[in-house]
Design a protein around this ligand. Structure first.
Ligand code: SF4
Length: 127
């Protein structure tokens, strides 16, 4: 589900990729979104480490899409701390429970589709 009006190539996607099932889901959703040309996945750890190249890329992106596994929101906090704009998605808002829900391929595809729809609706409404 690529966005027809922006091409999606200047969207950068970050996943918390945490150890919990929800962090794994965030990672898998980010990779699925990249496969669907919603944007390019890059490293949240690079932002956390204050590496200049990652910060510059985030500041220059059309959109930064931050996918966190749970409301602890590790990714969100990294962007907020640096004042870089972002769109935020939290996997536990999609019916999965941290440390409980088994992450299946169907769940990954279903939530990826929902996040992709939310992103493309927002991008297209701005064009
Ligand atoms: S947002 Fe939640 S799942 Fe992701 S790294 Fe932080 S604590 Fe772990």
């Amino acid at each position: 589900m690529a966005c027809a009006c922006s091409g999606g190539k200047t969207n950068l996607i970050y996943a918390c990729s945490g150890a919990a099932n929800t962090g794994f889901l965030a990672d898998q959703v980010a990779r699925q979104l990249m496969k669907e040309n919603i944007g390019s996945m890059t490293c949240l750890a690079g932002i956390g480490a204050n590496l200049s190249g990652f910060i510059a890329s985030a500041e220059g992106a059309d959109r930064n899409i931050v996918i966190d596994g749970c409301p602890v929101a590790c990714g969100k906090k990294q962007f907020e701390a640096r004042g870089i704009p972002f769109d935020h998605f939290v996997m536990t808002n999609y019916g999965v429970e941290k440390n409980k829900t088994a992450i299946t391929g169907d769940i990954i595809v279903d939530i990826s589709n929902k996040v992709a729809s939310a992103i493309t609706e927002k991008v297209c409404s701005l064009n």
